[in-house]
Design a binder for this molecule. Structure first.
Ligand code: 6R9
Length: 656
């Protein structure tokens, strides 16, 4: 290193805040700081700005209906179709422009112009109709990152059938639970896919899942592996290729959907064992993701934009599929892993496709940082204009590394806090307006009334930590937990709301800190949800998978700090009489978790213990177990019923 670079490095290390470059501000979609006041002074009508980004069949009469709060309704009286907004309306001006650039695991590529994507979506929509899929029938998709996934989603949207996408890495059991809960009678899956060059036989998992569903299921199977895997087909199964071939050239008129009609369901983890079916609607969700794609991601139709998430999670729904396509841009979809075949794969893609905007998770950035800057340094990344992060808190060191080695100190970074339930981004700087502070997401977006409160619900002072809340509704919000309005209220609208006074406060179950500029640093979940590599996992779900393993009497799962994953799963297990905490049981527990949830929930370590630390009232002290996993100083153990067990466990952890 020269003296200059040492000095630069030191300056970057010390800097607490960064301003967006002038060149960025000049071209930004939103650059007037007045926007915050405009939204506040004109709330809720300010949200017309989001609705105006869409094409409507019927204009809405009312922006927000709050008579039945917290069952809010947005843009009522209006009607539209999401597939029309993401495809048809772009055909005249942008039909020949690329909608999806797909890059496969093995290096193969598929490019879909808006015209082509429109055709594929129409053909599959026609095929679904032919199969009998009607409006409001929930169609489950259990597909990896292949183009047929967004095609199927948009085909469903076209005929008004809500989709429920289940992450391909989830297990057969997880698929079955979700299909059962949504009473979903249709499944779109595939024979398999590649991971690091090796074929995975995905259909075996799908078959196992379907066999556990109580009702009949009709399945469509996409052939991804070709001759590599000759999968057997059952009587209720259709080959995707055959179905669409029969519909060649078919056109399906987009169904006019009411603003509040369901667009999709997405299952996510909560405090209790059962995943929640988060319901999103057509107008509120689509307008909100279009607006945030425009205002925060600064997407323009001529951009090449890349969100490196999986469509199986909300980030991919909102910011690979619906937001970017609604704005008519080019969205990159990458099937592979970041380090296959080499650790510079992503940067090669940025260079080759001249990617303008890149959006990823902190866990990925921490991995790149670990691999070293020589990989991005090999490539010309000067096409990048803006970068983003999502999914978990980003530590300032990773932020600065991203800023320097990927953005070359020339790209603003948006650290976007949001959730499956919020539909789209809620707390982040606007890239051309806000000063960036590494580690702090920023102020709430215009029109979003996010406040940090204490246990009494009173706003905290600057410098203090408390609980993040949202005090006014917003268009992208979930409408309910599917078929479970009670759970919607109890999960989100209980802690800080006052139903008697008709005051409703949304509680996302995150802790946060406020600074003197009103910036919010999100600290993480305050419920029993873990954030492993940006993925939300319920400790109860993992515990119930472990307790299902023969030989396990009791289990407690906690999160421990992990340099790359952020959090990792630690399981404390008590064995049943006659069983030993040996390697064999260890392996069966790992298998149990993989079967119950999926490899993403695999424990980092399993600690066998004769007892779990419990309070006098019999509650497991998870905080204590977390401290042990992190090898932190232990807090107060005086309320324990069985204080000795702590030492035993500590010894075991250290020994391992
Ligand atoms: C979009 C998504 C939501 C949870 C959320 C919070 C954490 C997301 C964050 C962040 C700190 C950020 N989270 N973004 N924490 N800073 N920028 O990730 O949705 O899978 O539902 O997870 O992720 O804890 O409550 P989801």
């Amino acid at each position: 290193m020269t003296d200059d670079t040492v000095e630069l490095e030191a300056r970057l290390e010390e800097a607490e805040s960064f301003e967006p470059p002038e060149s960025f501000v000049e071209q930004a979609n939103v650059s007037d700081p007045e926007i915050y006041d405009e939204f506040e002074d004109n709330w809720p009508e300010c949200w017309e700005r989001a609705a105006d980004l869409l094409d409507w069949y019927e204009d809405y009469d009312t922006v927000l209906e709050d008579d039945d709060a917290p069952f809010y309704k947005w843009f009522t009286g209006g009607s539209l179709n999401a597939s029309y907004n993401c495809l048809d309306r772009h055909l005249d001006d942008r039909g020949d422009e690329v909608a999806i650039e797909w890059i496969g695991e093995l290096g193969e590529t598929r490019t879909f112009t808006y015209e082509e994507l429109h055709r594929k979506v129409n053909e599959f929509a026609a095929a679904l109709r032919e199969m009998g899929v009607g409006e409001d029938d929930v169609v489950t998709m259990y597909l990896p990152m292949i183009p047929e996934l967004p095609i199927a989603m948009l085909a469903c949207a076209r005929i008004g059938a809500p989709h429920s996408v289940v992450f391909a890495g989830f297990s057969a059991d997880a698929l079955a639970t979700r299909m059962e809960s949504a009473v979903s009678e249709y499944l779109i899956t595939c024979d398999g896919y590649y991971r690091r060059g090796d074929p995975l036989h995905h259909k075996e998992k799908a078959d196992k899942g379907v066999s556990q569903v109580d009702h009949d299921v009709e399945t469509v199977v996409v052939d991804r592996l070709g001759d590599e895997y000759d999968h057997p087909m059952g009587a209720d199964e259709h080959d995707y290729g055959d179905l669409v071939a029969e519909q060649e050239g078919a056109e399906v008129e987009p169904v006019e959907r009411d603003a509040e009609d369901m667009l999709f369901l997405m299952y996510t983890s909560g405090t209790t064992g059962e995943p929640k079916g988060v319901k999103h609607t057509t107008a509120g969700y689509l307008s909100y993701v279009s607006w945030t794609s425009h205002a925060v991601l600064d997407i323009k139709p001529e951009d090449t934009y890349w969100c490196a998430a999986d469509i199986g999670w909300i980030t991919g729904h909102s910011y690979i599929v619906y937001g970017p396509l609604s704005l008519g841009t080019t969205s990159v979809m990458y099937e592979g892993t970041p380090d296959y075949p080499e650790k510079d794969r992503l940067w090669e893609i940025v260079e080759d496709y001249e990617v303008d905007i890149y959006y990823t998770a902190p866990t990925a950035i921490r991995a790149y940082m670990k691999w070293g800057s020589e990989y991005p340094d090999k490539h010309d990344l000067s096409s990048l204009r803006l970068m983003g992060t999502v999914g978990e808190p980003i530590n300032p060191r990773a932020w600065k590394w991203y800023y320097k080695h990927i953005g070359h100190e020339n790209c603003p970074i948006v650290d976007t806090w949001w959730q499956t339930e919020t539909g789209g981004m809620m707390v982040t700087t606007l890239p051309a307006i806000g000063t960036m502070k590494p580690g702090s997401a920023g102020p709430p977006l215009p029109g979003i009334d996010a406040q940090i409160v204490d246990t009494q619900g009173e706003p905290v002072e600057a410098g203090r930590a408390g609980y993040l809340t949202v005090q006014k509704p917003w268009p992208g919000m979930l409408r309910t937990v599917y078929k479970n309005d009670d759970r919607y209220i109890s999960e989100y609208w209980t802690e800080y709301s006052d139903p008697d006074a008709d005051e409703w406060v949304y509680f996302p179950e995150d802790g946060a800190k406020l600074d003197e500029d009103g910036y919010i640093t999100v600290l993480g979940r305050v419920d029993d949800v873990l954030n492993v590599s940006g993925h939300r996992l319920g400790t109860m779900e993992i515990e119930s998978a472990i307790v299902g393993v023969k030989g396990v009497a009791e289990a407690a799962v906690v999160g421990g700090h992990h340099d790359v994953k952020g959090e990792a799963v630690y399981a404390y297990v008590i064995t049943e009489e006659g069983y030993e905490g040996d390697e064999e049981l260890y392996d069966r527990i790992v298998e149990g978790v993989e079967d119950g949830i999926g490899p993403i929930a695999r424990p980092e370590d399993i600690i066998f213990t004769p007892e779990l630390p419990k309070t006098r009232s019999g509650k497991i002290m998870r905080r204590l177990l977390e401290d042990i996993a992190n090898e932190d100083e232990l807090g107060d153990t005086s309320t324990l019923r069985n204080p000795d067990v702590v030492e035993d466990i500590q010894e075991k952890v250290q020994k391992d």
